[in-house]
Write a protein that binds this ligand. Sequence first.
Ligand code: ARG
Length: 483
Amino acid sequence: MEPTASEYISSLKDDVAIFYPVVQINIAHAIMLAERGIISADEASAILRALLSLYRGGLSKLDLRPELEDIHMAVEEFVIREIGEDIGGKLHTAKSRNDQVSTAIKLALRQKLLDLEEQLLKLVKALLAQAERNVDTIMPGYTHLQIAEPTTFGHHLLAYCSAFLRDIERVEQAYELTNSCPMGSCAFAGTSFPIDRVRVARLLGFGRVDENTMDAVSSRDFAVQSMGAAAIIMVNLSRLAEEISIWSSVEFSLVEIPDEFASTSSIMPQKKNPVIAEMARAKAARAIGNLAGGLSLLKALPQAYNLDLQELTPMLWDSIEETMNSLKVMEKLITGMKPKKDLMLARAERGFSIATELAASLVKHAGLPFRKAHSIVGRMISLAIEGNRTAKELTLEDLKKASREVIGREITMEQSEFEKALDVENCIASRNVIGAPGPKAIKRQLTALKQKIKTHQQLLRAWRRAVVGSEEKLLKEAEGRVQ
Ligand code: ARG
């Protein structure tokens, strides 16, 4: 059915996410109006009683007909319905839907960013636990999706821990930029009423007020920053999802996915499809789409408030919700996946993955410049491939032959050094520069990661306490004014 004009512009459906924030803002505003003598204590009492009953009764108390346009009108109408227009009609003094909606989005987003950070921390812990179980699990490392050098499954998973820890920092940065209060900006040019913007900001637990009233009502860069953080999280997650799909394929066969995270085919009885990983990959596209949508909407939008801004909010919630859901499911998949250790080791020994280490060994033990060592090992491998031989079948004689061809003389190297260089376990054991897969380096990474997780958890707890504390204080303050 064709929408009416008021249905077309109504945001009521999407405003559900900001219902409580809008009521809280009205409560804080009414308290401030009374404190500044803009309304009387009696008037504040009646208004606050109505708002508190709405807060406790919930959304179902509101009449959400589309002619009301949005939740801001619906809340005001509720108060007027409860206590009459003579007093209820004073609630909207010195505020506008423009400053109110921006403030409400920020309040709701603040909460969601904390939830997102908590979920990211759970994901990092799941990766860390799986990594710790596999610090010795040797696997092939790839560049260009070709076997490059051996590494461990633990090291590979810790790469994602590093990426998601940066995501956590991005979410924290988004939180800090979101934590400033637009209230009191009114339509965009403030007001001549003697309001106290700082007081309202404090009552709502914001860290500060927005400095410029025009910017406060018309900016949504805080929102696209969060959408950006969500999109980057999803891009990182999609890379992991893609790898899990690859690893679980018959061709790679490096990882077993638990049955509940795979689905079968309606026609091919043998199939075990990595559908959860595929969906996470797809949800990344959605988060990127939302981000592109938000940026497109803001681009070239004149100051100050334009109704275009309303259309951005559901994209924001969609990005956060889909990211949360993806993180939750992927956390379980990460915990449940099982590396096929024997096959991982066998694959790590394929593709001449020890070539780099052998060249390094030539530098260390035969005194050659690296570039020459690289050429000699390259030649040796060409000869092996021509002779249809694997890395395991290489001999010191092959290396000497290659060196005669490449540098015109035979290198000297001990048989034991040669064998050591060919051994993938030894290769891993010797990689102990900061961040590498060797045991000492991994120990250091694990310690650093755990420390970082702790620091973020502490910050998260402090922020949560502040948010919950300010909500409780606000309600108490309001109750204290109801006679
Ligand atoms: N529903 C609007 C939004 O979500 C609230 C502000 C509307 N302001 C206005 N002047 N029409 O952005």
